[in-house]
Write a protein that binds this ligand. Structure first.
Ligand code: HEC
Ligand code: HEC
Ligand code: HEC
Ligand code: HEC
Ligand code: HEC
Length: 480
């Protein structure tokens, strides 16, 4: 009897310990929908775009022995923008909003067109959280002169009725007032732009005018009047003389802009706006040929770009598409035009906090509590890659994997002496490619890639690392 009760006691103890170990933690990942939002500052003459920003987030429960779980029911996410608590002193939007947008009542101070303020709660939509229409400006409370387009919004997840912060994140809430009609030196004043409408009936010369009132805009959801044509068509058609036609400086005349430089992502040095969008003329003509502005945009998955392995969902924009297990592409890669890693330090904070380095969320263990039971996003099966040292080897080196033989996890260590594109593939002994482990640009240094080979049969495999026109291989033995 005594034996039995002490056995029970031990079992109870073990159970308690296992409970302690299986504690759940939360991972909160946020992003902005577009990578940049533009807004006018002065609305006394005209409005192209109002202050209006959108932030998304997912909350993931990480629990020992279980797959990650995306949750939103029973939780809330609060937001605030530190050192940016008011907008009414930074733009005259609230003076003109009712008239410009035909609202039944004046808009309360610091409340945007969807009823959202500068602090508040995200709404739950599908399996994620979202806030649409935050009326923030690019100015902080302490500096009303210099635009800060890449400020951070603070997100904090809590239980619906709780006050404990379960997870938090700080992500960029980008906004710029650099809509360059006058700033770019092209038009002498906003009034002069308006005066070009002298033959248009009902045009408000002496009151503020919303361009999208007549020119359809899917950004604002206005249908406009047919003869005015869409706002995007008019803008790009009317200005297609701007030179040089293939340079981003042309786009930065209106899209923010020489100071903001909104396109800041990993592709910024390799590509310019026109590589993905076409020239001004192409943008306008494609609308005449049926392209829907804002809704039909370039795709990562285009055959001339990354191809079908890396594609958006059919018929959906990048920002609406989901990849790995119902996660938005942006969860791991960031917003359009901000694809990680970004030029702006603030954009990279979240990745660095979650996995120790910038770039796409590539470490499975950010969300998984143990090495995942199969391939992850895009069929990738490595667990993570980390830079083990900044020490730059004299030449390209690839070490023997360790442990070797392995079951099922092993580490592949390599070093490169210059920045370059690295591709790591696994082949079986017949020379058939069985896995792509890595395809990405890396800075010089020494790296360690952890790979989980559990879905392959036991056997000898060849790991081949390609870098800058060179390649090196090792043999690895998986023994299950
Ligand atoms: C009251 C309706 C209305 C509003 C508001 C309006 N437009 Fe227009 N706009 C038109 C119409 C109609 C045309 C076509 C005129 C024509 O074909 O002669 C037009 C034409 C244009 C063109 C092409 C001009 C050309 O010579 O081909 C541009 C550019 C333009 N609008 C910009 C703007 C901007 C910028 C605003 C906001 C300040 C604005 N519009 C607001 C009705 C409007
Ligand atoms: C003369 C000002 C101006 C220039 C120059 C300009 N844009 Fe635009 N663009 C606008 C405005 C204004 C809108 C918003 C239209 C709306 O609200 O629908 C816009 C919208 C867009 C859109 C979204 C709508 C759509 O048609 O899909 C894209 C994409 C775009 N611009 C790309 C570019 C690129 C790329 C360049 C450079 C080649 C460029 N723009 C140059 C003013 C400009
Ligand atoms: C690598 C390709 C690529 C480059 C380069 C690029 N864009 Fe885009 N752009 C896209 C994609 C993809 C979308 C659609 C994103 C979405 O909303 O899902 C887009 C959408 C847009 C939109 C519509 C708003 C939005 O985000 O959906 C505008 C405006 C725009 N781009 C302007 C520009 C300008 C201006 C530049 C250069 C400064 C530029 N883009 C460079 C790929 C690119
Ligand atoms: C769970 C995280 C995750 C999700 C979700 C995800 N990806 Fe990826 N993606 C990655 C990782 C990790 C890589 C490989 C980057 C590397 O090699 O480090 C990658 C690579 C890519 C690449 C290739 C980049 C290159 O260097 O050639 C493209 C393009 C891409 N993803 C597009 C998408 C699209 C589109 C979606 C949504 C349908 C998506 N991804 C969803 C994690 C993710
Ligand atoms: C940003 C978070 C995140 C990252 C990073 C991530 N996963 Fe997942 N993973 C999830 C979520 C959420 C699920 C969904 C679990 C479910 O369906 O219940 C999941 C499910 C899986 C599954 C189960 C089968 C499936 O596809 O639904 C596998 C296998 C998997 N992940 C592998 C990986 C691998 C390998 C990596 C790293 C290369 C990785 N994951 C990185 C969030 C992530």
């Amino acid at each position: 009897m005594k034996k039995l009760s002490s056995l029970l006691l031990i079992l109870l103890l073990l159970f308690t310990i296992s409970q302690l170990h299986s504690q759940q933690t939360y991972v909160l990942i946020g992003w902005n929908d577009l990578g940049m939002h533009c807004s006018n500052q002065d609305f006394s003459k005209m409005a192209v775009l109002p202050p209006y920003n959108n932030v998304y987030a997912v909350l993931i429960i990480k629990q020992t022995g279980q797959l990650p779980q995306i949750v939103n029911v029973g939780y809330k996410i609060e937001y605030n923008i530190p050192n940016n608590t008011t907008s009414i002193t930074k733009t005259n939007f609230w003076t003109y909003a009712q008239e410009l947008f035909g609202l039944p009542n004046p808009l309360p101070n610091n409340i945007g067109l969807t009823g959202k303020g500068l602090t508040g709660l995200l709404d739950t939509v599908g399996n994620s959280f979202r806030v649409v229409g935050i009326p923030n400006t690019p100015f902080t409370d302490t500096d009303l002169v210099n635009e800060r387009p890449y400020q951070l919004i603070h997100l904090a997840a809590k239980e619906l009725n709780g006050s404990t912060v379960l997870g938090y994140s700080d992500v960029v809430i980008p906004v710029s007032n650099e809509i360059g009609c006058v700033q770019s030196g092209c038009h002498s004043s906003e009034q002069s732009i308006k005066n070009e409408h002298e033959n248009v009936n009902g045009f408000k010369y002496n009151q503020p005018e919303l361009c999208a009132r007549c020119h359809a805009s899917n950004a604002l959801g206005t249908v406009g009047i047919p003869e005015a044509k869409s706002f995007s068509y008019r803008m790009h058609d009317q200005h297609d003389f701007i030179q040089p036609i293939n340079d981003r400086s042309t786009c930065y005349k209106c899209h923010p802009g020489p100071n903001t430089v909104c396109f800041r992502d990993v592709m910024r040095d390799a590509l310019t706006c026109q590589n993905c969008h076409g020239t001004m003329q192409v943008i306008a003509q494609s609308i005449d040929n049926g392209r829907r502005p804002w809704l039909d945009e370039p795709r990562c998955g285009a055959t001339t770009c990354h191809g079908s392995t890396y594609s958006e969902q059919p018929g959906k924009l990048y920002r609406e598409s989901k990849g790995h297990s119902q996660l938005y592409c942006s969860t791991c890669h960031g917003s359009p035009h901000t694809i990680f890693p970004s030029r702006e330090a603030n954009d990279n904070l979240q990745s660095i906090r979650l996995q120790g380095h910038s770039g796409a969320i590539s470490n499975c263990m950010v969300c998984h509590s143990s090495p995942p039971p199969g391939p992850g996003p895009h069929g990738k099966t490595y667990i993570g890659i980390k830079k083990t040292s900044n020490e730059v080897p004299k030449e390209f080196v690839l070490n023997q994997n360790y442990p070797n033989p392995f079951n099922p996890v092993t580490k592949i260590k390599f070093g490169i002496n210059k920045s370059g594109f690295v591709r790591i593939k696994v082949y079986d002994m017949s020379g058939k490619e069985v896995k792509i482990l890595l395809e990405r640009e890396l800075n010089p240094g020494t790296f360690e890639l952890e790979w989980d080979g559990r879905e392959l049969p036991s056997g000898t495999y060849i790991c081949r690392v390609e870098y800058s026109g060179l390649s090196k291989s090792i043999k690895m033995a998986l023994i299950k």
